[in-house]
Each structure stands twice: as structure tokens, then as C-alpha cells.
Design a protein around this ligand. Sequence first.
Ligand SMILES: Nc1ncnc2c1ncn2[C@@H]1O[C@H](COP(=O)(O)OP(=O)(O)OP(=O)(O)O)[C@@H](O)[C@H]1O
Length: 235
Amino acid sequence: MIETFALTKQYDPARPPALDQLNLRVQPGEIFCLLGQNGAGKTTTINLLLGFLPPTSGRALINGISVAESPQETRQHVAYLPETVMLYPNLTGLENLAFFSRLAGFRHASSTLHELLTRAGLPAEAHGRRVGTYSKGMRQKVGIAIALAKQAKALLLDEPTSGLDPKASNEFSALLTTLSQDGTAILMATHDIFRAREVGTHIGIMWQGQLMQTLATPQVTAQELESLYLQTVSS
Ligand SMILES: Nc1ncnc2c1ncn2[C@@H]1O[C@H](COP(=O)(O)OP(=O)(O)OP(=O)(O)O)[C@@H](O)[C@H]1O
């Protein structure tokens, strides 16, 4: 479970907070998509949940544990997928997965690692190929396999589908749905309204550090969501 209580971040006392009193709850099995213009506070939210930044006030919790008080422990429960997954280009997909799993404290057998890559949608022929030869979509799949290997119960994603072609983006969304159905709580920052409508169980619209709207996805069509988004960010 991912939770925030009045979570606030003010980088500069002379400027309004980048994140202002955010209250959020993402339960296992839910995919919460955060929409918002550049500078709305999406990445700040994710960085606070990862414990990369201290909050100015408020609390961020992962599985009920305070991120600020126990960052090491909460990081064990979280997998993070940025826009560009950082992998070692000279290692194969399998070697990268083995390395990052070990870093997270897991020593999986080679057969398990292959299984995880396959579950993440990476074709078997690519497992033993250098990551430097992968497409962006393939690197994202290794990122998902790392999340699977960590058995993370919370997944944070920052614009993971930006730059993916529609098919890769569609495959990626299907993977997220499978992961959430397995009981992962997923928070994804994105600019892609239509993808958010398709994959999210809930959608939040942020504007100038505030969560202005939260809706359950079945409540809106993609067109209604787009109008609501434009209305919110033009106010
Ligand atoms: N390290 C920092 N120091 C000072 N200000 C920052 C820092 N990081 C972000 N900001 C400011 O905080 C605000 C929110 O930024 P943030 O990166 O969270 O937005 P975002 O919604 O993720 O935007 P984008 O869609 O462009 O990724 C912006 O005004 C940004 O300039």
C-alpha cells in the first residue's frame, strides 16, 4: 500500500510548495495514474515516496512504514521505474537482472531469472543479448522483471511509456494490469491521458502541487477525462 498524509515539499521558502498537502492512498490491486502539466509535482511525489527527498511536512508511508523514518526498509518493498531504466549496456538482460536482484538481496537461480524476463514479456532470444542492443521497450521490460524479482508490493513509475511506440506501450499497460492483479499497489506519473484511462483504476489530476481531482476510472470516458484535465489545468 502507498499512502501520503498532507505530504508537502517546499524546495524554496520564497516560492509556493512544489507539493502541497497531498493525501493519497493506493491499495494493492489498484493503479493510480497521476496526470499533470510539467512542474505539477508528480516527480516530487515519487521522490518523496522513494525517500530520495525529505518532506517539508506530512508523511509518506509504504506498507504502513514511514519513508522518512525507515527509508532502507521501505525501499525494500518498492520497485521504481523511471522514464529511462538505468542498466549496464555491456551486460546481457539476464546479467542485469541477476545483478540488480542481488543488490536487492535476492539470489535467484538462472532458471527463475529467465522465467521473470519471460513473464515481463522479453523474448527468450534477447535474454542473453547485451542490453546496449535493446530497444527502449525491451529495457523497460527488464525494469519490470527487476520489480518482479524484488517481489515489490509497491511500484512507482515516472512516465514509463514516454517514447514507447503504441504497441510497446499497450504491452506495457497489459503487464501493469497483470502486476496489479497479483496484488501490487501501483502509482504512475504520466502525460498520457488515454493510456491512464485505459490502465488506471484511479486517476488524479495535479495542478501547481495540489491534487485537484481524483476519480475512479469507470466514472469517465477518455473524452470526458481530457476535458476535465484541460479545465483543471487552465483554471
Ligand atoms: N531539486 C529541486 N529544487 C528546486 N525546485 C525543484 C526541484 N525539483 C523540482 N523542483 C520544482 O518543483 C516543481 C515540481 O516539479 P516536479 O519535477 O515534481 O514536476 P512534474 O510534475 O514531475 O513535472 P514533469 O512533468 O516536467 O516531470 C517545479 O516547479 C520544479 O521546478
